[in-house]
Design a protein around this ligand. Structure first.
Ligand code: GDP
Ligand code: MG
Length: 162
């Protein structure tokens, strides 16, 4: 079986867009409004001659429970099934309470985590993303999933973590 990378983060941070970058195809569904990705969709990916499986997470029933609780539950499931986690934050928004809650779950899991600072479309946002070092998850890899910026270094770090 190939190693499994779970992509975790708040709704709308660009997880599915980044998954499409990683797999090199447009199969993960990107939505302008949060909350519509189905729970845990699996994709085959390759980088630098190695194969791995990417799991795009998301999806919850907004009527059934609150968003923060849903994000926590999603992260809990993701860490159990993954060999490594790609934690995606929105560099334009910065860190929210929901992000902090996910970080605690990721830390407790002991699984390797790669931090992606997404939506770094320009130089100014890259400067703001520097504050993400404070999460204690190591280097934030600045990427723009939309424009394809920076994903090579992030993928190298993912392979090292898997
Ligand atoms: P998900 O809910 O985390 O899976 O997020 P999606 O991949 O569905 O993206 C949510 C929205 O953010 C969409 O409108 C995307 O086009 C947008 N988005 C994703 N990546 C980027 C990026 O790198 N830069 C910008 N400006 N927008 C992005
Ligand atoms: Mg999605």
């Amino acid at each position: 079986p190939t190693p499994v990378l779970a992509v975790v983060g708040r709704p709308n941070v660009g997880k599915s867009t980044l998954v499409n970058r990683i797999i090199g195809r447009r199969e993960a569904v990107v939505e302008d409004r949060p909350g519509v990705t189905r729970d845990r969709v699996y994709y085959d990916a390759h980088w630098a001659g190695r194969a791995f499986t990417v799991v795009d997470t998301g999806g919850w029933d907004p009527d059934a429970r609150g968003m923060a609780e849903a994000i926590r539950a999603q992260a809990e499931v993701a860490v159990t099934l993954a060999d490594a986690v790609l934690f995606v934050v929105d560099a334009m928004v910065g860190i929210t309470d929901a992000d902090e809650a996910v970080v605690r779950i990721l830390r407790a899991s002991g699984k390797p985590v790669v931090l992606a600072a997404n939506k770094v479309d320009d130089q100014r946002t890259e400067a703001e993303a520097y504050g993400l070092w404070n999460l204690g998850l190591g280097e934030p890899f600045c990427v723009s999933a939309l424009h394809g910026r920076g994903s090579g270094d992030m993928l190298d770090a993912i392979l090292a973590a898997l």
